[in-house]
Design a binder for this molecule. Structure first.
Ligand code: URA
Length: 428
């Protein structure tokens, strides 16, 4: 077998054999297939697609490149959630302790942010003392004692994906449904969760800008999970405007704690509860309504124990930025658009995100939103506040902000998609 014949097959719109797929994924992981050869193959896959069989085999090959975790020894069933990423998407933070408070163990192996979407680990690292890296034994111990753990995926899990994802990131080959679906699902299947709920985002702030593409990605992942014995369901959710009222690491932790305390923005609460109900149903546990676990403080108890178990201090004040800048409305009317992508880019430019994997992020940088689409605005009202430790970034961050919103005359009809657009199950 050689890399050139595999590349040629896909370049010429052929179907890769099982043997070709197994070989190329394994040889790439071992360094026998060069980055430039894998880049060419990834581009051929992006341009010419893959059949369902090819996607399934490619996923299997990536799983086989590393270890598989096993949670079967736990006393409770497991469920995990994966979001395809968005702006202000802090849902994992309240969701994991909430689902654990309802009796299901949540092994949440998470990542860092790259580009305009934030990463769960970056957010939690703004909690003083909190540590993202756990050994497998430590992870299992936290999961057994607390019921929820959010930590970095170890290097042993789907190493082929780790290498390939970094390559795709710099070769313009991220936006391929077969490659995204196999990348996400190889990690989730190798992680060993019993049930999985996917939050597939659609809109300007998401990978998938188009509803039909998002639906196809969701279907592909639900099929992959189901075929591998993981009870999998997907929600298609709106990401044309940021979730909640904050985008940025410590700002999002603060908002998540508000949700766990029984408050928080309505959209964050709605999506957290919807995903929690899906996770409990998929895990076959319906003893407690998640809304009650927010109201009675039991989800907050799990949050505090989860943070403490990883060295964090849930009572320590969260960092605040050295400088802030308030943007006010220049006219009165109704806010008809607040663009998720523009806000994500601005938060990133303020220091909340990174351009390269090795870069640090600012814990306190980000954006607070004082109005959301549908709100009435008066001239001079604050629309958003920009926060950063490095104020020289303000002009650069303001560029996307100036075209991020529309204010229309009062009474202009607002045509917003619902937050939860659709639900994809193995049978839909
Ligand atoms: N997230 C992943 O883990 N992989 C992708 O390919 C895209 C998003």
């Amino acid at each position: 077998m050689d890399a050139i014949s595999v590349i040629r097959t896909k370049r010429d719109r052929g179907e890769l054999t099982d043997h070709q797929i197994d070989w190329v994924v394994d040889a790439y992981t071992r360094g026998e297939v060069a980055d430039e050869q894998m880049s060419a193959l990834a581009m051929a896959i992006l341009l010419n697609g893959m059949t369902a069989r090819e996607i399934s085999r490619w996923t299997d090959a990536m799983i086989a490149s590393g270890e598989r975790m096993d949670f079967s020894g736990l006393t409770r069933p497991t469920a995990d959630k994966h979001s395809t990423g968005g702006v202000g998407d802090k849902i994992t933070l309240p969701l994991a302790p909430l689902v654990a408070a309802c009796g299901v163990a949540v092994p949440q192996l998470s990542g860092r942010g790259l580009g305009h979407t934030g990463g769960t680990l970056d957010k939690l690292e703004s909690v003083p003392g909190w540590r993202a890296t756990l050994s497998n034994a430590e992870m299992l111990a936290v999961l057994e004692s607390v019921g929820a753990v959010i930590c970095a995926a170890g290097d042993g899990l789907a190493p082929a994906d780790k290498k390939l994802y970094a390559l795709r990131d710099v070769t313009g080959t991220v936006e391929s449904i077969p490659l995204i679906a196999s990348s996400i699902m190889s990690k989730k299947i190798a992680e060993g969760t019993g049930a999985l709920v996917l939050d597939v985002k659609v809109g300007s702030g998401a990978f998938m800008k188009d509803l039909a593409d998002a639906r196809e990605l969701a279907r592909t992942m639900v099929e992959l999970g189901t075929a591998h014995g993981v009870r999998t369901v997907a929600l298609l959710t709106d990401m044309s405007t940021p979730l909640g009222r904050t985008a940025g690491n410590a700002l999002e932790v603060r908002e998540s704690v508000e949700v766990l305390a029984g408050g928080g923005p309505a959209d964050v609460v709605e999506l957290t509860l919807a995903l929690a109900r899906e996770m409990l149903t998929a895990a076959g546990v319906d003893a407690k309504d998640p809304a009650d676990a927010l109201a009675d403080g039991s989800a907050m108890d799990v949050w505090r124990r989860m943070i403490t178990a990883q060295g964090g201090d849930p009572d320590a004040p969260l960092p605040t930025a050295r400088e802030s800048h308030v943007v006010t409305a220049l006219e009165s009317g109704v806010l008809t658009r607040l663009d998720a992508y523009a806000i994500g880019v601005a938060a990133w430019r303020l220091g909340a995100g990174r351009a390269r994997k090795e870069e640090p992020v600012q814990a306190a940088a980000g954006i607070e939103l004082h109005a959301k689409p549908g709100d009435l605005i008066r001239t001079g009202d604050p629309l958003l506040t920009l926060h950063t430790d490095t104020p020289e970034r303000f002009p650069y961050a303001m560029e996307p902000v100036t075209s991020a919103f529309d204010i229309a005359p009062e009474g202009t009809p607002n045509h917003h998609r619902p937050l939860i657009i659709d639900r994809i199950t193995p049978t839909t």
